[in-house]
Ligand binder design. Structure first.
Ligand code: NDP
Length: 399
């Protein structure tokens, strides 16, 4: 059917590339392009030899002109942006300049302020409409599948959704005293920020990790979950009519939080530049360099993730509750694509989103979040491509 350009060569990009190769009738050709060419070549070495033709390229995606030149030479239908959130706008600009569809898994964040919001990317709506191009934002797991789960619940189970609690649990153990499951810089910026949830039309802020509950998760067991701000809250609060409250919860072990507290207390999570031996460095970026590479956790991680949406609302005038979730096994992911479940649960939905755009099922000019499209083909593809989902019609609710 066509060609896809994958930008980034980290843990998520590797899964996207593996998964595209499993659907060669859609992805006839892929190019993996990133800052460090050797990382692209390492992915190519693992997946080459099948029906999908694989090439690699070096690109600095902070530079729109470089991305434009790469797109013009490879000529893809879509760019799958699985680099870092800082590159979202430069890549969107390059897509507009070259007439190519766009997809990402994380919303834009200016490097100098730890503040992620959709506003910068939503401002591109008119430009993508006028160009006749689709930009699909946040097609990972959360954001991504959580939005598709919500749209599916809205379509098939509710007349009106009033409350959503998204629960992201990782019961995996990699055996290191401290490591993050995806890019450490992005991950730590997210967790050390204030918590925030949306209620009755307003955002309510909470000090970082101050709201805690215990929740018993299928196949994982009871875990402490903490309220965090997460980017899909912003789009779902706009797109789900009748919503009264939406919150996001994530599990962290006491060990993880103790390490994080110490790192924070000594200033290692700061994004303020400091001068070290005549060179300006950012402590959090230095910390990233000494922490284990998330892509290296694959062979070591055992256990499962469980991510889903607990939804309350009404159907036919009666109150209804519904919980839809996916359970993913770290070791099974590693056996299939050589990555742990965090990269897997992000990379599979990115491939699915790109596939639906290329097949025309999710092609609509403009800038969209996943919940704005028909969830059914995405839900079918989740079952088919490694992220089957389960339903519970009487879940325990979170107070
Ligand atoms: P990694 O850090 O493993 O990989 C990022 C890749 O992007 C690296 O290969 C890096 O290159 C490359 N890159 C960074 N800057 C540039 C640049 N200027 N030009 C070209 N390439 C660049 O991250 P992950 O794979 O773990 O995560 C990828 C994305 O997925 C992130 O945006 C993350 O926020 C998002 N994510 C989304 C989730 C979801 O559920 N929606 C969950 C997890 C992650 P180099 O190797 O040279 O540094």
């Amino acid at each position: 059917m066509g060609k896809a350009l994958i930008i980034g060569a980290g843990g998520v990009a590797s899964v996207v590339a593996h998964k595209c190769c499993q659907v060669p009738d859609v992805f006839e050709e892929i190019c993996i392009a990133s800052r460090t060419l050797s990382k692209c070549e390492a992915i190519k070495d693992k997946i080459d030899g099948g029906k999908t033709k694989v090439s690699v390229a070096q690109v600095d995606a902070d530079n729109t002109q470089e991305v434009i030149e790469l797109i013009n030479s490879f000529n893809p239908e879509i760019v799958i942006n699985v680099a870092l959130p800082y590159q979202d706008l430069t890549i969107m600009d390059a897509c507009l300049a070259t007439g190519v569809h766009y997809l990402d898994t994380a919303n834009y964040e200016p490097p100098e302020t730890a503040k992620f919001e959709y506003k910068w990317q939503w401002e591109y709506k008119q430009k993508f409409e006028e160009a006749g191009l689709t930009a699909l934002l946040g097609s990972g797991f959360d954001p991504g599948v959580t939005g598709v789960f919500t749209a599916y619940a809205q379509k098939h189970h509710f007349d009106e959704i009033n409350y959503i609690d998204i629960v992201d649990a990782n019961g995996g153990d990699h055996g290191y005293p401290f490591a993050t499951n995806f890019n450490p810089e992005i991950n730590i910026r997210e967790i050390t920020a204030n918590g925030r949830y949306w209620e009755k039309g307003k955002w309510v802020e909470t000090p970082p990790l101050s709201e805690k509950r215990e929740y018993d998760l299928d196949q994982i067991g009871p875990k402490n979950i903490y309220l965090l701000y997460h980017e899909e809250l912003e789009s779902l609060a706009v797109n789900i009519k009748g919503l009264k409250r939406i919150r996001f919860w994530m599990t962290f072990s006491d060990n993880y939080l103790n390490h994080l507290k110490v790192l924070e207390n000594v200033g290692m999570t700061s994004i303020e530049p400091i001068n070290y031996e005549g060179k300006e460095i950012i402590p959090l970026q230095f910390l990233k360099e000494i922490l284990p590479d998330p892509a290296s956790l694959g062979p070591r991680t055992k256990g499962k993730t469980n991510i889903g949406c607990i939804i309350q609302g009404t159907k036919d005038g009666k109150p209804k509750t519904y919980y839809v979730y996916n359970i993913c096994d770290h070791q099974e992911c590693y056996r299939e694509v050589g990555s742990q479940a965090i990269s897997y649960t992000t990379g599979v939905p990115a491939m699915i989103g790109a596939m639906l755009i290329m097949k025309g099922q999710w092609k609509r000019p403009g800038v969209y979040n996943v919940e704005e499209f028909d969830p059914d083909p995405f839900m079918d593809a989740l079952n088919k491509y490694g992220l089957p989902w389960q339903e519970n019609f009487s879940p325990t609710l979170i107070d």
